[in-house]
Write a protein that binds this ligand. Structure first.
Ligand code: AMP
Length: 423
Protein backbone atom coordinates (compact mmCIF):
# COMPACT_ATOMS: atom_id res chain seq x y z
CA UNK A 1 0.00 0.00 0.00
CA UNK A 2 0.97 3.60 -0.56
CA UNK A 3 0.36 5.88 2.41
CA UNK A 4 0.29 9.66 2.60
CA UNK A 5 0.82 11.22 6.04
CA UNK A 6 -0.21 14.87 6.23
CA UNK A 7 1.69 17.19 8.55
CA UNK A 8 5.29 17.86 9.44
CA UNK A 9 5.68 17.53 13.20
CA UNK A 10 6.85 14.92 15.70
CA UNK A 11 3.41 13.30 15.69
CA UNK A 12 3.58 12.78 11.93
CA UNK A 13 7.10 11.36 12.14
CA UNK A 14 5.85 8.91 14.79
CA UNK A 15 2.84 7.93 12.63
CA UNK A 16 5.05 7.42 9.56
CA UNK A 17 7.61 5.47 11.66
CA UNK A 18 4.92 3.15 13.00
CA UNK A 19 3.20 2.66 9.62
CA UNK A 20 6.53 1.97 7.95
CA UNK A 21 6.80 -1.16 10.12
CA UNK A 22 3.60 -2.59 8.67
CA UNK A 23 4.19 -5.49 6.26
CA UNK A 24 1.42 -4.10 4.03
CA UNK A 25 3.07 -0.72 3.53
CA UNK A 26 5.33 -0.33 0.47
CA UNK A 27 5.76 3.39 0.24
CA UNK A 28 5.07 6.42 2.43
CA UNK A 29 4.75 10.07 1.43
CA UNK A 30 4.79 12.88 3.96
CA UNK A 31 3.40 16.35 3.20
CA UNK A 32 5.31 18.42 4.04
CA UNK A 33 7.24 16.18 6.49
CA UNK A 34 10.61 17.07 8.06
CA UNK A 35 14.21 15.83 8.05
CA UNK A 36 13.18 12.80 10.12
CA UNK A 37 10.36 11.66 7.85
CA UNK A 38 12.70 12.13 4.85
CA UNK A 39 14.74 9.19 6.15
CA UNK A 40 11.79 6.75 6.04
CA UNK A 41 9.40 8.40 3.58
CA UNK A 42 9.33 10.71 0.58
CA UNK A 43 8.66 14.28 1.60
CA UNK A 44 6.28 16.20 -0.64
CA UNK A 45 6.47 20.00 -0.59
CA UNK A 46 2.75 20.65 -0.13
CA UNK A 47 1.57 22.47 3.01
CA UNK A 48 -0.90 20.57 5.23
CA UNK A 49 -3.49 23.29 4.57
CA UNK A 50 -3.42 23.18 0.75
CA UNK A 51 -6.31 20.74 0.47
CA UNK A 52 -6.82 20.72 -3.33
CA UNK A 53 -3.08 20.15 -3.96
CA UNK A 54 -3.04 17.28 -1.43
CA UNK A 55 -6.05 15.62 -3.06
CA UNK A 56 -4.47 16.03 -6.49
CA UNK A 57 -1.22 14.49 -5.24
CA UNK A 58 -3.05 11.53 -3.66
CA UNK A 59 -4.93 10.89 -6.90
CA UNK A 60 -1.98 11.23 -9.23
CA UNK A 61 0.22 8.99 -7.08
CA UNK A 62 -2.46 6.35 -6.45
CA UNK A 63 -2.25 6.74 -2.66
CA UNK A 64 -4.24 3.96 -0.96
CA UNK A 65 -4.66 5.67 2.41
CA UNK A 66 -4.12 9.22 3.67
CA UNK A 67 -3.65 9.82 7.40
CA UNK A 68 -4.23 13.36 8.66
CA UNK A 69 -2.05 14.58 11.53
CA UNK A 70 -2.98 18.19 12.42
CA UNK A 71 -6.33 19.72 13.35
CA UNK A 72 -6.53 22.59 10.83
CA UNK A 73 -6.93 20.53 7.63
CA UNK A 74 -9.60 18.48 9.44
CA UNK A 75 -11.45 21.63 10.49
CA UNK A 76 -11.16 22.90 6.91
CA UNK A 77 -12.85 19.75 5.57
CA UNK A 78 -9.98 17.72 4.08
CA UNK A 79 -11.79 14.45 4.78
CA UNK A 80 -14.97 15.62 3.03
CA UNK A 81 -12.88 16.62 0.00
CA UNK A 82 -11.00 13.30 -0.12
CA UNK A 83 -14.21 11.29 0.27
CA UNK A 84 -15.83 13.30 -2.55
CA UNK A 85 -12.80 12.46 -4.70
CA UNK A 86 -13.16 8.76 -3.75
CA UNK A 87 -9.86 8.80 -1.88
CA UNK A 88 -9.50 6.69 1.26
CA UNK A 89 -8.68 8.81 4.29
CA UNK A 90 -8.32 8.46 8.07
CA UNK A 91 -9.88 11.29 10.08
CA UNK A 92 -13.24 12.87 10.93
CA UNK A 93 -15.30 14.97 8.53
CA UNK A 94 -15.56 18.73 8.94
CA UNK A 95 -18.79 18.51 10.91
CA UNK A 96 -17.40 15.79 13.22
CA UNK A 97 -14.16 17.79 13.68
CA UNK A 98 -16.24 20.59 15.23
CA UNK A 99 -15.90 18.66 18.49
CA UNK A 100 -12.41 20.27 18.52
CA UNK A 101 -12.74 23.26 16.21
CA UNK A 102 -15.65 24.81 18.13
CA UNK A 103 -15.43 24.79 21.92
CA UNK A 104 -19.02 26.09 22.02
CA UNK A 105 -20.26 23.15 19.92
CA UNK A 106 -18.40 20.74 22.21
CA UNK A 107 -19.77 22.40 25.36
CA UNK A 108 -23.35 22.32 24.08
CA UNK A 109 -23.08 18.67 23.17
CA UNK A 110 -21.62 17.84 26.59
CA UNK A 111 -24.34 19.81 28.34
CA UNK A 112 -27.08 18.04 26.35
CA UNK A 113 -25.63 14.61 27.18
CA UNK A 114 -24.72 15.47 30.80
CA UNK A 115 -21.06 14.71 30.22
CA UNK A 116 -18.98 15.88 33.20
CA UNK A 117 -17.18 19.11 32.22
CA UNK A 118 -16.50 22.54 33.74
CA UNK A 119 -19.62 24.75 34.05
CA UNK A 120 -19.45 27.31 31.28
CA UNK A 121 -21.16 30.30 29.68
CA UNK A 122 -20.68 31.38 26.08
CA UNK A 123 -20.57 34.93 24.77
CA UNK A 124 -20.62 36.66 21.42
CA UNK A 125 -20.85 40.13 22.96
CA UNK A 126 -17.87 41.50 24.91
CA UNK A 127 -19.98 43.78 27.15
CA UNK A 128 -21.99 40.81 28.31
CA UNK A 129 -18.80 38.83 28.93
CA UNK A 130 -17.32 41.71 30.94
CA UNK A 131 -20.50 42.08 33.01
CA UNK A 132 -20.54 38.34 33.67
CA UNK A 133 -16.99 38.60 35.06
CA UNK A 134 -18.14 41.11 37.70
CA UNK A 135 -19.95 38.36 39.57
CA UNK A 136 -17.86 35.21 39.07
CA UNK A 137 -15.42 33.61 41.45
CA UNK A 138 -11.80 33.60 40.27
CA UNK A 139 -9.83 31.97 38.74
CA UNK A 140 -11.88 31.45 35.58
CA UNK A 141 -10.77 29.96 32.27
CA UNK A 142 -11.40 32.02 29.12
CA UNK A 143 -11.36 30.17 25.81
CA UNK A 144 -11.57 31.34 22.23
CA UNK A 145 -14.28 29.30 20.49
CA UNK A 146 -12.17 28.31 17.48
CA UNK A 147 -8.70 26.91 16.78
CA UNK A 148 -5.91 29.22 17.97
CA UNK A 149 -2.74 27.09 17.72
CA UNK A 150 -3.24 25.89 21.30
CA UNK A 151 -2.92 29.46 22.58
CA UNK A 152 -6.59 30.37 22.86
CA UNK A 153 -7.00 29.30 26.49
CA UNK A 154 -6.19 31.77 29.28
CA UNK A 155 -6.53 31.09 32.99
CA UNK A 156 -7.53 34.44 34.50
CA UNK A 157 -6.62 34.62 38.21
CA UNK A 158 -8.41 37.95 38.72
CA UNK A 159 -10.90 40.41 37.23
CA UNK A 160 -8.22 42.61 35.62
CA UNK A 161 -6.75 39.69 33.65
CA UNK A 162 -10.24 38.53 32.67
CA UNK A 163 -11.10 42.02 31.39
CA UNK A 164 -7.94 42.42 29.32
CA UNK A 165 -8.28 38.87 27.93
CA UNK A 166 -11.90 39.40 26.88
CA UNK A 167 -10.98 42.75 25.35
CA UNK A 168 -8.05 41.40 23.33
CA UNK A 169 -9.92 38.28 22.15
CA UNK A 170 -13.24 39.86 21.26
CA UNK A 171 -12.49 43.51 20.44
CA UNK A 172 -8.90 43.37 19.18
CA UNK A 173 -9.30 40.01 17.40
CA UNK A 174 -6.11 38.59 18.93
CA UNK A 175 -7.05 35.15 17.60
CA UNK A 176 -8.93 36.46 14.56
CA UNK A 177 -12.29 34.80 13.88
CA UNK A 178 -11.51 32.08 16.45
CA UNK A 179 -11.99 34.54 19.32
CA UNK A 180 -15.12 36.29 18.08
CA UNK A 181 -17.10 34.05 20.40
CA UNK A 182 -15.69 32.87 23.72
CA UNK A 183 -16.39 30.43 26.53
CA UNK A 184 -15.85 31.40 30.16
CA UNK A 185 -15.72 28.40 32.44
CA UNK A 186 -14.99 27.37 36.00
CA UNK A 187 -11.42 26.39 36.85
CA UNK A 188 -11.09 22.69 37.57
CA UNK A 189 -8.55 21.51 40.14
CA UNK A 190 -6.86 18.18 39.63
CA UNK A 191 -4.36 16.41 37.40
CA UNK A 192 -4.63 16.02 33.64
CA UNK A 193 -4.62 12.89 31.58
CA UNK A 194 -4.82 12.23 27.81
CA UNK A 195 -6.79 9.32 26.38
CA UNK A 196 -6.80 8.34 22.74
CA UNK A 197 -9.66 6.38 21.22
CA UNK A 198 -10.04 4.96 17.72
CA UNK A 199 -13.72 5.71 17.05
CA UNK A 200 -15.44 3.97 14.12
CA UNK A 201 -18.79 5.76 14.26
CA UNK A 202 -20.41 3.27 16.66
CA UNK A 203 -17.67 1.69 18.76
CA UNK A 204 -14.23 2.60 19.97
CA UNK A 205 -10.96 1.13 21.20
CA UNK A 206 -8.83 2.98 23.72
CA UNK A 207 -5.11 3.32 23.26
CA UNK A 208 -2.85 3.38 26.31
CA UNK A 209 -3.11 6.48 28.52
CA UNK A 210 -0.53 9.28 28.59
CA UNK A 211 0.19 12.58 30.30
CA UNK A 212 1.80 15.58 28.74
CA UNK A 213 3.59 18.61 30.16
CA UNK A 214 2.25 21.83 28.66
CA UNK A 215 4.26 24.53 30.44
CA UNK A 216 7.60 25.59 29.04
CA UNK A 217 9.69 25.44 32.24
CA UNK A 218 10.36 22.92 35.01
CA UNK A 219 7.87 22.84 37.85
CA UNK A 220 5.06 23.70 35.42
CA UNK A 221 6.19 27.32 35.22
CA UNK A 222 5.99 29.72 32.28
CA UNK A 223 3.76 29.84 29.23
CA UNK A 224 1.65 27.05 27.78
CA UNK A 225 3.25 25.34 24.79
CA UNK A 226 2.14 22.67 22.34
CA UNK A 227 3.73 20.20 24.82
CA UNK A 228 7.24 19.84 26.25
CA UNK A 229 7.14 16.12 26.98
CA UNK A 230 4.94 13.16 27.80
CA UNK A 231 4.93 9.76 29.40
CA UNK A 232 2.81 6.64 29.09
CA UNK A 233 0.96 5.15 30.89
CA UNK A 234 -0.48 8.02 32.95
CA UNK A 235 0.15 7.55 36.67
CA UNK A 236 -3.27 8.99 37.56
CA UNK A 237 -5.29 6.56 35.44
CA UNK A 238 -7.02 3.38 36.64
CA UNK A 239 -9.73 0.85 35.88
CA UNK A 240 -12.41 2.79 37.74
CA UNK A 241 -11.70 5.97 35.76
CA UNK A 242 -11.75 3.93 32.58
CA UNK A 243 -15.29 2.70 33.43
CA UNK A 244 -16.30 6.30 34.10
CA UNK A 245 -14.82 7.37 30.79
CA UNK A 246 -16.86 4.72 29.01
CA UNK A 247 -20.20 5.27 30.73
CA UNK A 248 -20.18 9.00 31.43
CA UNK A 249 -18.14 10.34 28.54
CA UNK A 250 -17.63 8.10 25.49
CA UNK A 251 -21.08 6.46 25.29
CA UNK A 252 -23.01 9.73 25.81
CA UNK A 253 -20.71 11.55 23.38
CA UNK A 254 -21.24 8.99 20.62
CA UNK A 255 -24.99 9.10 21.30
CA UNK A 256 -24.95 12.93 21.17
CA UNK A 257 -23.07 12.95 17.87
CA UNK A 258 -25.49 10.40 16.40
CA UNK A 259 -28.46 12.54 17.50
CA UNK A 260 -26.89 15.45 15.60
CA UNK A 261 -26.58 13.20 12.55
CA UNK A 262 -22.77 13.18 12.83
CA UNK A 263 -20.70 10.05 12.33
CA UNK A 264 -17.28 10.39 13.93
CA UNK A 265 -14.64 8.16 12.39
CA UNK A 266 -11.07 8.79 13.39
CA UNK A 267 -9.03 9.44 16.47
CA UNK A 268 -10.82 11.10 19.36
CA UNK A 269 -8.65 12.30 22.19
CA UNK A 270 -10.41 13.66 25.23
CA UNK A 271 -8.20 15.77 27.50
CA UNK A 272 -9.38 14.98 31.01
CA UNK A 273 -9.01 16.59 34.41
CA UNK A 274 -9.02 14.00 37.19
CA UNK A 275 -10.63 15.76 40.16
CA UNK A 276 -11.69 14.57 43.60
CA UNK A 277 -15.10 13.78 42.14
CA UNK A 278 -13.89 11.93 39.05
CA UNK A 279 -12.92 12.62 35.45
CA UNK A 280 -14.05 15.85 33.73
CA UNK A 281 -13.60 16.68 30.05
CA UNK A 282 -11.35 19.70 29.54
CA UNK A 283 -11.49 19.45 25.76
CA UNK A 284 -12.03 17.04 22.90
CA UNK A 285 -9.41 16.74 20.17
CA UNK A 286 -10.18 15.02 16.91
CA UNK A 287 -6.65 13.84 16.00
CA UNK A 288 -3.60 12.24 17.59
CA UNK A 289 -1.90 14.30 20.33
CA UNK A 290 1.57 15.78 20.02
CA UNK A 291 3.73 14.77 21.92
CA UNK A 292 1.50 11.99 23.34
CA UNK A 293 1.67 10.04 20.06
CA UNK A 294 5.47 9.91 20.33
CA UNK A 295 5.05 8.32 23.80
CA UNK A 296 2.16 5.97 22.93
CA UNK A 297 3.11 4.47 19.56
CA UNK A 298 6.48 3.03 20.67
CA UNK A 299 4.47 0.98 23.20
CA UNK A 300 2.05 -0.36 20.57
CA UNK A 301 2.97 -3.90 19.54
CA UNK A 302 0.11 -4.29 17.05
CA UNK A 303 0.31 -3.13 13.48
CA UNK A 304 -1.27 0.35 13.29
CA UNK A 305 -2.43 0.06 9.68
CA UNK A 306 -5.26 -2.51 10.18
CA UNK A 307 -6.47 -0.49 13.17
CA UNK A 308 -6.79 2.65 11.05
CA UNK A 309 -8.51 0.64 8.31
CA UNK A 310 -10.96 -0.95 10.76
CA UNK A 311 -11.78 2.50 12.14
CA UNK A 312 -12.64 3.79 8.67
CA UNK A 313 -14.70 0.66 7.90
CA UNK A 314 -16.69 0.70 11.15
CA UNK A 315 -15.10 -2.55 12.35
CA UNK A 316 -12.94 -1.51 15.29
CA UNK A 317 -14.99 -3.88 17.45
CA UNK A 318 -13.21 -6.81 15.81
CA UNK A 319 -9.75 -5.52 16.79
CA UNK A 320 -7.57 -6.08 19.80
CA UNK A 321 -4.52 -3.94 20.42
CA UNK A 322 -1.40 -5.42 22.00
CA UNK A 323 0.84 -3.28 24.16
CA UNK A 324 4.39 -3.41 25.39
CA UNK A 325 4.32 -3.64 29.20
CA UNK A 326 7.24 -1.26 29.36
CA UNK A 327 6.69 2.47 29.90
CA UNK A 328 7.87 5.43 27.81
CA UNK A 329 9.14 8.91 28.52
CA UNK A 330 9.30 11.53 25.74
CA UNK A 331 11.33 14.75 25.97
CA UNK A 332 10.73 17.63 23.57
CA UNK A 333 13.84 19.61 22.58
CA UNK A 334 12.79 23.14 21.68
CA UNK A 335 14.42 26.25 20.26
CA UNK A 336 15.25 28.72 23.06
CA UNK A 337 12.51 31.34 23.24
CA UNK A 338 9.70 28.99 22.19
CA UNK A 339 6.68 29.41 22.48
CA UNK A 340 7.63 33.06 21.85
CA UNK A 341 10.21 34.21 19.31
CA UNK A 342 13.10 31.89 18.46
CA UNK A 343 15.82 31.47 15.86
CA UNK A 344 16.01 28.68 13.29
CA UNK A 345 18.67 27.27 10.99
CA UNK A 346 20.89 26.03 13.87
CA UNK A 347 22.88 22.88 13.03
CA UNK A 348 21.93 19.83 15.11
CA UNK A 349 24.70 17.41 16.15
CA UNK A 350 24.77 14.14 18.07
CA UNK A 351 21.65 12.55 16.53
CA UNK A 352 23.57 9.41 15.49
CA UNK A 353 25.24 9.11 18.89
CA UNK A 354 21.86 9.35 20.62
CA UNK A 355 20.28 6.85 18.23
CA UNK A 356 22.92 4.26 19.17
CA UNK A 357 21.26 3.83 22.56
CA UNK A 358 18.93 0.84 22.71
CA UNK A 359 15.20 1.40 23.14
CA UNK A 360 15.50 5.04 22.15
CA UNK A 361 13.58 6.60 19.29
CA UNK A 362 14.21 10.09 17.96
CA UNK A 363 11.26 11.78 16.30
CA UNK A 364 11.88 14.97 14.35
CA UNK A 365 9.52 17.96 14.47
CA UNK A 366 10.93 21.32 13.36
CA UNK A 367 13.93 20.09 11.36
CA UNK A 368 15.15 20.51 7.78
CA UNK A 369 18.07 19.20 5.80
CA UNK A 370 18.87 21.93 3.29
CA UNK A 371 22.47 20.96 2.32
CA UNK A 372 23.02 17.55 3.82
CA UNK A 373 23.14 18.98 7.33
CA UNK A 374 20.16 18.76 9.68
CA UNK A 375 19.17 22.15 11.09
CA UNK A 376 16.42 23.49 13.33
CA UNK A 377 13.32 24.80 11.55
CA UNK A 378 10.68 25.32 14.23
CA UNK A 379 9.84 25.88 17.89
CA UNK A 380 9.64 22.24 18.83
CA UNK A 381 12.63 20.61 17.15
CA UNK A 382 12.80 16.97 18.30
CA UNK A 383 10.93 14.54 20.54
CA UNK A 384 13.11 11.82 22.02
CA UNK A 385 11.40 8.74 23.47
CA UNK A 386 12.88 5.94 25.56
CA UNK A 387 11.28 2.70 26.71
CA UNK A 388 12.08 1.32 30.14
CA UNK A 389 10.83 -1.30 32.57
CA UNK A 390 10.20 1.53 35.06
CA UNK A 391 9.66 5.29 34.74
CA UNK A 392 12.98 5.71 36.49
CA UNK A 393 14.92 3.66 33.94
CA UNK A 394 13.04 5.20 30.98
CA UNK A 395 13.86 8.67 32.34
CA UNK A 396 17.53 7.84 32.83
CA UNK A 397 17.76 6.45 29.29
CA UNK A 398 15.92 9.31 27.61
CA UNK A 399 17.97 11.98 29.36
CA UNK A 400 21.18 10.12 28.42
CA UNK A 401 20.04 10.28 24.76
CA UNK A 402 19.08 13.95 25.06
CA UNK A 403 22.50 14.79 26.55
CA UNK A 404 24.14 13.56 23.32
CA UNK A 405 22.15 15.96 21.10
CA UNK A 406 23.24 19.57 20.67
CA UNK A 407 22.08 22.70 18.92
CA UNK A 408 22.44 26.36 19.85
CA UNK A 409 19.93 27.58 22.45
CA UNK A 410 18.39 24.12 22.88
CA UNK A 411 15.83 24.09 25.67
CA UNK A 412 14.17 21.11 27.32
CA UNK A 413 12.55 20.35 30.64
CA UNK A 414 14.48 18.28 33.17
CA UNK A 415 11.43 17.14 35.11
CA UNK A 416 9.37 15.20 32.56
CA UNK A 417 7.70 12.21 34.27
CA UNK A 418 9.46 13.04 37.53
CA UNK A 419 6.13 13.06 39.36
CA UNK A 420 5.44 9.56 38.07
CA UNK A 421 8.69 8.28 39.64
CA UNK A 422 8.27 9.71 43.10
CA UNK A 423 4.47 9.63 43.12
P1 AMP B 1 -7.76 23.26 26.13
O1 AMP B 1 -7.18 23.81 24.84
O2 AMP B 1 -9.20 23.50 26.33
O3 AMP B 1 -7.32 21.86 26.40
O4 AMP B 1 -6.96 24.02 27.29
C1 AMP B 1 -5.55 24.04 27.38
C2 AMP B 1 -5.12 23.80 28.79
O5 AMP B 1 -5.70 24.78 29.66
C3 AMP B 1 -5.58 22.47 29.36
O6 AMP B 1 -4.75 21.42 28.99
C4 AMP B 1 -5.56 22.77 30.84
O7 AMP B 1 -4.22 22.70 31.33
C5 AMP B 1 -6.01 24.20 30.92
N1 AMP B 1 -7.48 24.25 31.15
C6 AMP B 1 -8.43 24.33 30.20
N2 AMP B 1 -9.65 24.36 30.77
C7 AMP B 1 -9.47 24.30 32.09
C8 AMP B 1 -10.36 24.29 33.22
N3 AMP B 1 -11.67 24.40 33.08
N4 AMP B 1 -9.80 24.23 34.45
C9 AMP B 1 -8.47 24.15 34.61
N5 AMP B 1 -7.58 24.16 33.60
C10 AMP B 1 -8.07 24.23 32.35
Amino acid sequence: MKILVIGGGGREHALAWKLEQSPDVDRIFCAPGNAGTAAIAENVAIPATDLPALARFAKENHVDLTVIGPDDPLAAGIVDLFVAEKLRVFGPTKSAARIESSKIFAKELMRAQKIPTAKASTFSDSDQALRYCEKVEFPVVIKADGLALGKGVIVAPDAATARSTIFSMMNEARFGEAGRRIVIEEFLRGSECSLHALVDGKNYRLLESARDHKRVFDGDKGSNTGGMGAFSPANNWNRQLQDQLDKKIMQPLLRGLREEGIIFRGLLYPGLMITETGAYVVEFNCRFGDPETQAILPRMKSDLLPLLEATIDGKIDNCTIEWDERVTVTIVLASGGYPGKYKTGKPISGLEEAAKLKNVQIFHAGTRRPNGEIVTAGGRVLAVTALGSTMESARARVYEAVSRIHFESCHYRRDIALGAVSG
